[in-house]
Design a protein around this ligand. Structure first.
Ligand code: PLP
Length: 452
């Protein structure tokens, strides 16, 4: 007899549908429209798969967040994190609401400029800024957030060349009680790197230090970590006042606030455990108002929240391609949304709702994408009613990072639409064509022809 192969043990939560005190698990929720526009009409007009954004929900979310901070603190400025979603229409909704731009590359910087954002309202973050990028940012008076000493020295050199002082902040990393620590960006608070950078800037006389920046992590579920961070930032500001009699204009607390998505392995759904934006605002602003600042010295509080402002306003509509039984007997539903289009399915258990009437009987299922790859799994284990071939469904909370991290892989990227506040859908990014891909490629002369 052949020796049995070792198989790695895996622990999985059973979803047996335990009755609640009200009885059996709920009927599957149906979602047949988005902001009053029927899923079927969206697919008829724009195809499937389809990305859909709700302009109303983006504006509501932004206004709620702005209100949460600005009622607790007198000077607040948001800056839209481009890498979270840099579709022009999305950025412009935020810019219309008053958000500046926050960019982390030369490309994103140029995109913000092309949309018409003034240089002085583009915050330039990130570890990779070329000399040309920095020269451009200096010329346009953009706040440059320094990531490392090499960048600091380059800026001191460029300052002489440009004949003007670049406006800079430094990025700080610190122990906020969250591990693993994010210490690869910026200068460390505890070990003295932050002060080393601040002293170098102040003594150089070549740079205008206008702010302090931190971005402590991403998908943060702890509001306490922000309180700790804000206290440390205020402490640095006090040190600058004491030592150099220098007043900074702003403290930038970055982004990273979690959304209602459910992280893989999380026992409770994100809807239940994610702190509200008011909770984050309370932690940050109470730390700042209780610091040493007098009223006229309060720095502007800058926020670079990305995911928390867009994730829940984004949806994906998909179509079932087939159903099959796996060797284990488990039902597998194959859909037209692959991990190349829904990159976030690698770390979230995205909520999926059928878009038409279904039976109330559900079964633990897997949802696969259409790619010819074993890892193309949208949901590994989800209680789902039978969805038939051709049925539509809606995936929730897809607005953050999917339209920036998507891959053109095996299939072409589909249409993206935004439903305006009057319920009118607009195409905001056209689906790709073979021509688009071919346009970028070049075939050397000797490879042009072949005979088979
Ligand atoms: C990515 C990023 C953000 C936005 O993070 P979210 O988790 O989307 O809120 C803000 N600031 C910086 C510097 C970033 O790199």
């Amino acid at each position: 007899m052949e020796k049995k192969r070792y198989e790695r043990p895996v622990i999985k939560r059973l979803e047996t549908g335990v009755p609640a005190k009200f009885g059996r698990p709920q009927k599957p929720e149906i979602m047949s429209d988005i902001d009053g526009v029927s899923v079927e009409s969206l697919v008829n007009q724009f195809g499937s798969p389809l990305y859909v954004y709700s302009e109303k929900q983006i504006r509501d979310k932004y206004r709620k967040a702005y209100k949460a901070f600005s009622t607790r603190y007198p000077k607040v400025q948001f800056a839209w994190s481009y890498k979270t979603n840099y579709l022009g229409a999305i950025c412009n909704v935020f810019h219309q609401e008053g958000s500046w731009a926050e960019v982390v590359s030369g490309f994103e910087y140029d995109k913000a400029r092309a949309l018409g954002v003034e240089g002085s309202k583009i915050i330039f973050n990130g570890p990779d800024k070329s000399v040309e990028d920095l020269e451009k940012a200096i010329k346009n008076d953009s706040p440059i957030h320094i990531d490392h000493l090499d960048e600091l020295y380059t800026l001191i050199e460029l300052s002489g060349k440009a004949g003007k002082k670049p406006s800079v902040a430094i990025r700080i990393n610190m122990d906020t009680g969250i591990y693993p620590r994010w210490d690869r960006f910026g200068f460390n608070y505890e070990n003295g790197q932050a002060w080393d950078a601040l002293n170098k800037i102040m003594h150089s006389g070549k740079l205008e230090l206008i702010g302090l920046h931190t971005h402590i992590g991403t998908f943060m579920l702890s509001t306490e970590a922000y309180r700790v961070a804000a206290i440390k930032m205020a402490d640095l500001a006090r040190g600058l006042k004491d030592k150099f009699n220098h007043k900074i204009k702003y403290i930038d607390m970055g982004g990273g606030f979690a959304t209602a998505n459910t992280l893989k392995g999380s026992y409770l759904p994100g809807d239940d455990i994610t702190p509200s934006i008011e909770d984050f605002a309370e932690a940050i602003t109470s730390a700042l108002v209780n610091a040493h600042f007098s009223t006229d010295e309060l720095p502007v509080l800058v926020l670079e929240s990305g995911r928390a402002l867009i994730d829940e306003a984004g949806y994906m509509i998909g179509t079932v391609l087939a159903n099959k039984r796996l060797a284990t007997g488990q039902r597998a539903t194959i859909a037209d949304i692959g991990v190349n289009l829904l990159f976030t399915s690698f770390w979230y258990e995205h909520k999926v709702k059928p878009a038409q009437e279904v039976t109330q009987f559900t079964e633990p299922s897997k949802i696969y994408g259409p790619l010819c790859m074993n890892i193309d799994i949208m949901r590994d284990n989800i209680e789902l009613p039978l969805l038939n071939k051709g049925d539509r469904f809606v995936v929730h909370h897809t607005g953050a990072y999917n339209n920036t991290q998507w891959l053109q892989f095996i299939t072409l990227r589909p249409n993206v639409v935004m439903i305006d506040e009057n319920g009118q859908p607009h195409l905001i990014r056209e689906k790709e064509s073979l021509e688009d891909i071919k346009k970028l490629e070049q075939i050397p002369e000797h490879l042009r022809n072949f005979e088979l």
